[in-house]
Structure formats: C-alpha cells, structure tokens
Design a protein around this ligand. Sequence first.
Ligand SMILES: *Cc1c(COP(=O)(O)O)cnc(C)c1O
Length: 398
Amino acid sequence: MTAPRLEIDLDKIHHNARTLVDRLGARGISVTGVTKAVLGAPEIAAALIRAGVVALGDSRIGNIATLRGARIVAPIMLIRSPMLSQVEKVVAQAETSFNTELDVVSALSQAAIAARRTHGIMLMVELGDLREGIMPGDLESFVHAMLDFPGTALRGIGTNLACRSGVAPDARNMAELSVLADSIDATFGHRLRPRLGSAAGSGLEIVSGGNSANLQWALSGADTGRINDLRLGEAILLGCEPLRRQPIEGLYTDAFTLIAEVIETKVKPSKPWGDIAQTAFGATPTPATDRISEPAAEQSRTTQTILALGRQDIDPDGLLPPAGIDILGASSDHLIVDSGGSRLSVGAEVRFQLNYSALLRAMTSPFVVQVVKTASGCRQSKTKQPPESVQLEFQAAS
Ligand SMILES: *Cc1c(COP(=O)(O)O)cnc(C)c1O
C-alpha cells in the first residue's frame, strides 16, 4: 500500500465523540464538533453527527464548502471571524459565524439581506488568552450597535482560552462569561430573536465556553453556570486534553495512525564529521566546540534508518514512534530514526501516533494519503482537492 498514509479509524472517532457528548450532556452542555484539523473531512463530520454533536464548527470557509459539497446538512458555524472579502460565502454556507468586529457584522448584514437569509452571530469575548474577542467592558455597546443590523440575529456569546497564551478555563473566567450572558439578557433580552419553542425575548441561546481545554473544568463537578456548549476538536480526534496533553479516560488516543516506509538502513558513525555550520532548517551547533566533530574512523557506530517522511508531510516533533524507535532528526523529505537493536529493512513500514500539530500537517499535506477504516472495511479516500478558497485565481495582466 502507498506511503506515507494516514489511517483514520472512524469507529474510534465516533466512540470518542459519543462518550464526550454523553458526559457533557449530563452536565447540560452540548457539543459542537470542530473539523478544522481534518480539513472538514465529510466522513469524519458524518461520524460526529451520528455521535450526537448539535452542530459542526470550522475555522475555514473552504472546509465548510467541502462539508456542504458533500451534502452535510447539520448547522455549521464559522468559528473564526469572517474576512470582509468572504462575507457572501460565509452567509451562503454557514448558518452562524463568530464575530468581534462591527464592520464585519455590518458586511454580513448586507450580504444576508442580499441573499434573503438571516445570519446567526456569536460574539466572542476576550477573557485573558489574548487571542480573538471583544473586551468584556465593550460587549454591551457592541450588542447595542449590532442589534440595529437587519439580516443578522444574535445567537450567543463565547470565549476561547488556552490557545495563544495557555490561559486555563476555570471557575473564575467561566463565571465571568455567565455573568456577561445574564447581563446581556437583562438589557437586551426583549430584543433578541425568540428561540425555537420558547417565548419571545427569552435571551441568548448559546453560551459557548470554549474548546477541548474546557473539559477538565466542565467535568469537574464545578457549577457550569450559563455555559451550555463546548467546541471540541482535539479531544474527540486524539482523545487527549490539551492543557497537559493527558489521555482522557475511556477515549481512544489512536484513531489516527501515520505509516511511513523505510528507504535506507545503514551502520554509520554516531556523529557528523567535518566543519559544522547551519542545518537545512537553520539549527546551529551548540556549543561552538561542537563545530568540529571527531573523525569518522574514531567514532562508535549505530544503525540509522531513513523513512520517506519529512517536514512536508508531518511535524516531526509531533510524532510518537513505536517502542524501541527513536527519532534522531528530520529534513523536508527524510526522517532519520534509531531502531535500537532491531534492524528495519528497506520497504518495512513504521507506524506512528500523532499529536495535534503533526495531525494538522499530515491532513494538509498533499503527499499523505488518507485511508478511512471502519468495522465494515477500509478504503482510500479521494485525492485531496484544494479547498475552494485556496484555488488559484488568475488575473489578466493589465
Ligand atoms: C480550533 C478551535 C476550537 C477547537 O479546539 P480544540 O482544542 O481542537 O478542541 C474551538 N474554538 C475555536 C474558536 C477554535 O479556533
């Protein structure tokens, strides 16, 4: 079979999603399944929907177009602020988007009116991680201004932590989000669109507490307040929580496996020799005394193996090799490993687990083939198509 390839076990992803949907459901929290790490792969999205997620979330409109192209009809949220240049596409493909800028809400409003639709707005609030979000003190005036835009409906508020700065979700910042939701309801509740099946002016429908990093807080037994939704990607796909990267009890951590093939195995000196300058990726020898290595003839020997896998395919720092194999280095196209006592012959395959960064790169690389496995069989997925939004646009030279 072709390599490198990413084996995707849909049943394990389904199990992980179902388990989290059940555990959070018991705490009154629904799950929005986030598909950005898998480029909006429709089969994975369908497994999440079967597992009971209430909506899908993706940060790229191109991935959302992939989902819609595959006739996924679940509600989809764009979980990054729309670009002004893409508001028409956003209104056409996603029911709801995450917003922090009035100019963008205004443009969405115009696009929604032109398309004769109502576009849902989630407002993101900054609670300390210093990524996206309206400062809490500015939220009320933002809502006041946006309620004047026709064609849009405020559906809820949310926050995102533990991404840029690693700020952990806790009782304090989650309580702050609940207080903000209460105060918006108190001030503007009568002007919000009624939720399905409830009286007019019943308040914000969604209070989205965060991502996989919120699980520990949400399942700790702490008061969850107004938080009634979490957006989960990594926890479902990799079965681990992102604050300390610990496996989550009862989930599979091996739904994705990367398989690479050996192209060279040789006994070589254990260190480089010659005058040593920068590597292909800019690493410099430290300390400076390492610049001249021992002559090759005087060194101990090791068996080093090369796999046809590199930085164009994965993030080498995010690969977990099988027991007995150590990763020594990586370039664009070569992964150098030490297989200890056991000799890996040319043509042999080695299976790795991946962290979030390696998974993202493997999914994005055109060189890594995806093989989807289910209980009923195994098949190679379609060749990757560039998502709509990254297709090259040619402009005639003027
Ligand atoms: C990526 C992302 C998520 C999902 O994060 P995970 O850690 O993969 O669960 C949730 N919300 C937003 C805004 C995101 O960008």
